[in-house]
Design a protein around this ligand. Structure first.
Ligand code: FAD
Length: 600
């Protein structure tokens, strides 16, 4: 338990920010500062237009240096934005940077209580009081330092993996690419010309694999997979095994030490259920199969299995944007509600390529929405519509139906565009614009306990603030393992993930936040309840001291999530900077009568 600092020694400075009106238009910031000033723990309380500005920070620094403020509460915007700003201000003033507390008056107060200034101000006072209580009990903390191995393991050798590898190498890192198949390029090896540029996918892959092979900082392990990952950010040990080199088993191939890991394991194609929009019928193919048919087509007519194809009906959203109760759920009992993003443009691009080669082909396009969202993609749609493809739009809960018909099929669609007219379309070939599904990487997910979203793709920490990081420190995501993306987006994500890894490993040591679990051995009974709750492999371990079973923390692996704290009956575990006593005091302050000042 933290010692409660002496009021004479702990002098809290409280700084309430107007956020240029963002906060002060709703919260009476002067009243919040006045209320804080009455607290005997508080040495000084101010309010100011922009605490994050240079003059705002200088105000804090001057107070620390000149008035002996030695703990700081900044009541302002989100800690995500400015925790580092204010911690570094404390550091510049010679104070331990963790003797600081952010109170979020913007997202938690002014933005959500716009219509009621009095209540918003009262809530702001309560939150600020709680912050004062916490920082008052705060002891100085030191960030955790771990060595940084300047090497990265990239799992997956598709375009995202290759792009990441090249970018990491150009930033001076050694890279090992682990690819499960026997070649590089991933799904691009299945594609011919790719939208929007019309580049040949094979050329793209060739250029990239040539660059990868020419770079002696990059090692490629084909037909390989990750067997085990141990360690932590800066110091992972990745065991790689060759796939299927021995019947019934794997052969140890290599152990790589890495400071960071980039996941680039890509996606799988959605496989329709038997009978889904005619799937299983000989005249029904998926979009990747249609692409392959076009790539291999010769002569002046489009033929398949020796038969001429004169008409094609493309049906969108197969396996994407599914609706519960309308579509058959997958093995997990859920439907794919997400949009696969690339299939609309890809299907229209395939139609254009087909019409370039076979101008007399009759094309029907059945869709519920067309989403050609990327730069230049709308041009592809426009081109398709100008070339005589006929578009039919169906409603979410009114799917087209399929009926086999001799050497072709009849699709019946109720067309929203013609006032729900029921239309029957005869087509020689039906093309199902199938979407993307997450690749099965269960063993890797289990190995690192990786977070997945409700769509089952890997889930970033935060879509805007940390879009390429997984919750596991030092593990990044690139490309379609995170969700449907086209090549341009996959490459952007891959470059960005590589830069994140390079920044992380740019110095010999990595500094980690000190907010991790710590065990008071005097109270620990060795019951191991905490181990059962811990989601982070290796974060807690048992050991014996003088025959007494105890638990200790590996700070580099602990995320500070607090799951262990919640199950520790003797209250032996707490999170540094977030002790149970701090929580108790914060809650007491929050519920206290705001007319009375909560003291120690
Ligand atoms: C039908 C269709 C057409 C498309 N056409 C276009 C187009 O014209 N233009 C465009 O911009 N985009 C297009 N796309 C999107 C494009 O295919 C993707 O953006 C791109 O392939 C994503 O690359 P990636 O590296 O993320 O994944 P992938 O291409 O899937 O590569 C992943 C790699 O990881 C490997 N891997 C998987 N699991 C493991 C493991 N456990 N260990 C080691 N290796 C592993 C795989 O073998 C693979 O090599 C299309 C997509 C579809 C479905």
């Amino acid at each position: 338990m933290n010692e409660i600092p002496d009021t004479d020694v702990a002098r809290v400075g409280v700084y309430v920010c107007h956020c240029g009106g963002n906060i002060s238009d709703v919260v009476d910031t002067a009243a919040v500062a006045d209320a804080a000033a009455k607290n005997p723990m508080v040495a000084i309380a101010r309010h100011y237009a922009f605490m994050c500005s240079d003059p705002g920070q200088q105000m804090i620094i001057d107070d620390i240096k000149e008035t002996g403020v030695n703990r700081v509460v900044v009541a302002a915007c989100s800690p995500f934005l400015h925790d580092l700003t204010f911690r570094s201000a404390l550091q510049r003033a010679g104070l331990n940077p963790y003797l600081y507390e952010n109170v979020n008056l913007r997202e938690q107060v002014s933005w959500v209580h716009k219509g009621d200034k009095a209540a918003a101000t009262e809530k702001a006072i309560r939150l600020t009081n709680a912050g004062i209580q916490r920082v008052f009990r705060q002891d100085p903390l030191e960030s955790i330092r771990v060595d940084a191995e300047p090497q990265v393991v990239v799992i997956g050798g598709g375009i995202a993996g290759l792009r990441s590898a090249l970018s990491c190498a150009s930033n001076g890192l050694k890279v090992t690419v682990v690819e499960v198949s026997d070649s590089l390029g991933g799904r691009l090896t299945e594609l011919g010309k790719v939208y929007p540029s019309g580049d040949d996918a094979a050329d793209l892959i060739r250029q990239m694999t040539d660059a990868v092979r020419a770079d002696d900082r990059i090692t490629v392990l084909l037909s390989s997979e990750v067997a085990a990952i141990d360690g932590y950010v800066g110091n992972f040990t990745v065991r790689v095994q060759a796939v299927g080199t021995k019947p019934g088993g794997l052969t140890l191939q290599k152990t790589v030490r890495a400071g960071a890991i980039i996941f680039a394991t890509g996606f799988d194609h959605y496989k329709p259920h038997d009978g889904e929009m005619g799937y299983g019928n000989q005249n029904v193919v998926t979009l990747p199969e249609f692409n392959a048919l076009l790539a291999g087509a010769e002569g002046k007519t489009l033929t398949r299995n020796g038969r001429e194809i004169r008409s094609v009906a493309v049906v969108h959203c197969i396996g994407s944007r599914q609706v519960e109760g309308v579509h058959e759920p997958g093995p997990d009992g859920k439907v794919n509600e997400y949009c696969s993003r690339v299939c609309c443009t890809s299907a229209l691009d395939a139609i254009n390529r087909a019409l370039d080669r076979f101008p007399n082909l009759r094309v029907y396009d059945l869709y519920k929405d067309i989403r050609t969202y990327g730069r230049g993609h709308e041009d592809i749609y426009e081109r398709t519509s100008k070339r005589g493809a006929l578009f039919f739009r169906f409603a979410d809960d009114d799917q087209p139906t399929f009926k086999a018909n001799g050497n072709g099929a009849v699709l019946t669609v109720r067309d929203v565009l013609t006032w729900n007219e029921e239309v029957e379309l005869q087509a020689d070939l039906v093309v199902l614009a199938t979407g993307m599904v997450p690749r099965n990487i269960d063993s890797l997910v289990e190995m690192l306990k990786l977070p997945r979203g409700t769509d089952r793709f890997l889930q970033e920490v935060h879509p805007k603030l940390r879009p390429l990081e997984l919750a596991n420190n030092g593990v990044f995501i690139a490309g379609t393992c995170q969700g449907p993306m086209d090549i341009t987006e996959s490459c952007s994500a891959a470059e960005a993930a590589a830069v994140k890894a390079a920044i992380l490993l740019s110095k010999p040591t990595i500094e980690l936040d000190p907010f991790v679990a710590r065990v008071d051995f005097a109270k620990c009974t060795g019951c191991n309840d905490c181990l059962g709750e811990c989601e982070y492999k290796g974060a807690l371990e048992t050991f014996e001291e003088n025959g007494r079973p105890l638990v200790r923390v590996n700070p580099a692996l602990c995320s500070g999530c607090g799951a262990c704290v919640a199950v520790c009956e003797p209250r032996a575990i707490s999170i540094a900077g977030w002790s149970l006593d701090q929580f108790d005091a914060m809650i007491d302050a929050f519920v206290a009568d705001t007319t009375e000042v909560t003291a120690v």
